[in-house]
Design a protein. Structure first.
Length: 199
């Protein structure tokens, strides 16, 4: 009886997940399909699911501004999650990069949408990103920086939240793992009495 329910439940959940994922905007899940670009300056534009330029070169102590000029949200982060920005359409945020090194950034909603800022000669840890108020951003009555995000992160910093489609995928993976574990556990239970007879 339990197997019959499982055989019905798993396909139904797969259809539900497929429906939810196809209802997502066409830009969800994709990354930049243009050739990588390199530039100097202090601005990285987010357009057509790309960082423009893909590689930006600056001097230590520079303030770099990320501007979302795309028609979709681009929540940005860095490996390790030490910094995050919700990346709303038309919004901007600025960070100061004091130490020489490479500073990779990525949009966690669009895999493959990645960029890097090389500070100085690129040799160094590139460890610290300092969030700064963007002087070009419209003044907000709350006094918060333009990077205000959707949820508190470690150390009281605001970090973006994960989109629902990723949570559905994680839930389906957990369900598939539980089903496989139940099936393997049933096989082991059936084999144990036979082993007891032979031992």
């Amino acid at each position: 009886m339990c197997r019959r329910r499982l055989r019905v439940l798993v396909p139904l959940l797969a259809v539900l997940a497929a429906t939810l994922l196809t209802a997502a905007p066409a830009s969800a899940g994709g990354g930049c399909h243009a050739p990588a670009t390199e530039g100097r300056g202090t601005t990285v534009a987010l357009t057509d699911l790309c960082f423009t330029p893909t590689l930006l070169r600056v001097e230590p102590g520079s303030t770099v501004t990320f501007v979302n000029r795309d028609t979709t949200v681009h929540p940005l982060s860095r490996p390790g999650g030490e910094w995050g920005w919700d990346g709303g359409v038309g919004e901007r945020t600025s960070v100061r990069l004091d130490q020489a090194g490479t500073y990779p950034f990525f949009c966690y909603v669009h895999p493959g949408m990645v960029g890097v800022v090389v500070v100085g000669d690129g040799r160094g840890s590139g460890a610290q990103v300092v969030q700064v108020d963007d002087p070009a951003a419209p003044a907000a009555g709350s006094g918060q920086p333009a990077s205000a995000a959707t949820g508190p992160g470690p150390g009281g910093r605001d970090l973006p939240s994960f989109p629902a489609a990723w949570l559905v995928l994680v839930a389906l993976a957990a369900l598939a793992g539980a089903a496989a574990g139940t099936r393997l556990g049933g096989r082991q239970d059936r084999n144990q009495p036979d082993q007891a007879k032979t031992g």
